[in-house]
Write a protein of this length. Structure first.
Length: 595
């Protein structure tokens, strides 16, 4: 192992000499305490190293050991339910070794070498297998079957030995005969984090990721294998929205990266997820979740590693044929880590001090999302959906990280501080947000719910946009200047906002809404609008709009969000009441009867 010497220490940046054999992104261990680092610049025999641990007390002359290997993650049984730091050290193991705070140079292998797993083979001796083929399975948790695959580096081979036994991740479970000789396989793979895992073919994003959040599924859907970003100022609900997606999105595996955010937010995840039951399996949500925790009090440089560690683990589960949802909270903290290292390298700064390559780094990360046909002879497909939170200073969406992200992602959920102050959550601004997957996923919704869903969605958006225009008039000249039709539009828009788009993530029923229930809720609101419009258009001079808007059925429409999924037939009764009450209202003596 080559030994270099430290000649300069500048925070997380260490410069070492006598590193002539060094290559970009090689892993190194700095000083005899074994601080983990990665080479990010090479000049002659000098190498610049970003160290993923605290460098206080480090000085010139200390040794640097080059491992000759890039930063890699261990992939195998034991990932699910685990909580890792940014460089894939399991935090429970680190805690047992070092206590509440990670001490310098502490080492811990990512996957437990002692734990045994029941390996069940899927191939037999004499079978020919290729890269990505499933050799066998391990029931890692009740919801997750861990599929042990032929590593991508092995083109093909003949199975000459396969075991059915309890084994650790380092035990040999199969032997293959290849062109280059016999290869022994274990249940564990290693993969460099900065290199995307290979696949056969990318597929189009035509299947929506159902989240159970009404504003997202109805107005701004994200496709499986798609990319989305949630930018917003402090307190607008980025983290809660990502928690909701992690809890309820119809993904089979969730990878949650806490990248530079406050520790108490990660604590919420750690406290909630083991107690939340997965609606599909009635098992704790942690049974299909991997957590990467690199909070704001952890070393800055490790934030960059945490993003790549998380997405590599997510790609691994995608390659098994699973639908994976990755939440990164927040990429702004990752970009700030890039800015700090770039400044210490004395690189020419770009806008607001961020490095000139910020845009390409952001693109590299999001481009690893996608729905793919995986390697292997069975042509299974997997999907990796990436949702990144962005924390622009002061909520300024024109800052570089937000703009670099918007150039890459296809869905923009714009969080609005004004809505948050009005206690409207999720505080997603329906006039600024957009989804470029809408046309792609419309055929799916059309087949599931019919053409009426598409028409209702368009009408709802039209009403919300008209409301914004009418509010300007009301502010200038008052509501009396509006026609009855325009006042009805305002009332319907209010119902859409308060009864449909507003959703309480802490309410047992309202926290999740199925697509069928979303359809019926929207239908109730628009049916009331259409029936009321018939009365308004008759032009009766003595029409009392306030009484029309205060019909008892309005309260039932507002409470529809709290109807249990198994009681959806009740919404049909509300639809009948709408017709009856408005019909009585417009008939002779109807007003007195309703009043």
């Amino acid at each position: 192992m080559e030994v270099g010497r430290v000649i300069k220490v500048s925070g997380p940046l260490v410069i070492a000499e006598n590193m002539g054999e060094a290559r970009m992104y090689d892993m190194v261990k700095v000083s005899d305490t074994g601080l983990l680092g990665e080479i990010i610049e090479v000049r002659g025999d000098q190498a610049s190293i970003q160290v993923y641990e605290e460098t206080a007390g480090l000085g010139p002359g200390e040794p640097v050991y080059n491992t000759g290997m890039p930063l890699s993650v261990e992939l195998g049984p034991g990932l699910i339910e685990a909580i890792f730091d940014g460089v894939q050290r399991p935090l429970d193991v680190v805690w047992k070794k070092a206590g509440d705070y990670i001490t310098k140079g502490v080492e811990a292998v990512a996957l437990d070498r002692e734990r045994e797993w029941e390996f069940v083979p899927r191939v037999k001796i004499g079978d020919t297998v290729q890269a990505g083929d499933i050799l066998g399975t391990v029931q890692e948790t009740i919801p997750v079957e861990h599929r042990i695959m032929v590593p991508p580096q092995i083109a093909s081979g003949k199975v000459i030995e396969i075991s059915q036994k309890k084994a650790t991740v380092t035990d040999i479970i199969a032997r293959l005969e290849t062109e280059n000789g016999t290869i022994e396989l274990t249940m564990m793979q290693k993969w460099p984090v900065r290199e995307g895992r290979p696949y056969k073919e990318k597929l189009g994003p035509y299947i929506p990721l159902i989240t159970g959040q009404r504003i997202l599924d109805t107005l701004f859907p994200v496709a499986k294998g798609g990319t989305a970003c949630i930018p917003g100022p402090f307190g607008s609900g980025k983290t809660v929205t990502q928690h909701q997606l992690a809890k309820w999105a119809d993904a089979e595996i969730v990878v949650y990266i806490g990248c530079g955010e406050r520790g108490n937010e990660m604590t919420d995840v750690l406290m909630e997820f083991p107690e939340l039951l997965d609606p599909q399996t009635d098992e704790p949500l942690m049974k299909r979740t991997v957590l990467i925790a690199n909070t704001s009090n952890m070393p800055v440089a490790a934030r960059e590693a945490s993003i790549y560690t998380g997405i590599t683990i997510a790609e691994y589960f995608r390659d098994m044929g699973y639908s994976v949802a990755l939440m990164a909270d927040s990429t702004s903290r990752w970009a700030e880590a890039l800015r700090e290292i770039s400044g210490r390298l004395e690189e020419m700064p770009g806008e607001e001090g961020y490095p000139a390559y910020l845009g390409s780094r952001v693109a590299e990360f999001y481009e690893r999302a996608g729905r793919t046909i995986c390697l292997g002879s069975d042509n299974r497909d997997g999907a990796l959906t990436v949702v990144g939170a962005v924390s622009p200073p002061g909520g300024d969406l024109s800052e570089p990280v937000t703009q670099a992200t918007l150039r890459v992602v296809k869905v923009f959920w714009s969080l609005d501080a004004t809505l948050a102050y009005r206690r409207h959550f999720p505080a997603i601004n329906w006039l600024l947000s957009y989804s470029l997957y809408q046309e792609n996923v419309d055929p799916y919704f059309r087949e599931l719910l019919g053409e009426k869903w598409i028409e209702m969605r368009r009408e709802a958006m039209r009403i919300l946009q008209e409301e914004a225009e009418l509010e300007e008039i009301v502010r200038l000249v008052g509501i009396d200047a509006l026609s009855p039709e325009e006042r009805l539009t305002l009332e319907t828009a209010k119902s859409l906002r308060e009864d449909f788009l507003h959703q309480n993530s802490f309410h047992d029923v309202d926290t999740y809404t199925s697509i069928d229930k979303q359809f019926r809720m929207m239908e109730l609101i628009l049916n009331f609008h259409h029936e009321a419009l018939k009365v308004v258009e008759k032009g009766e001079l003595d029409l009392d709009l306030e009484k029309l808007f205060a019909l008892p059925v309005r309260e039932r429409i507002a409470r529809a969000k709290y109807v249990e999924e198994e009681d959806l037939a009740m919404l049909q009764e509300i639809d009948t009441e709408i017709k009856q009450q408005i019909g009585q209202f417009s008939g002779e003596g109807g007003e007195e009867e309703i009043a």
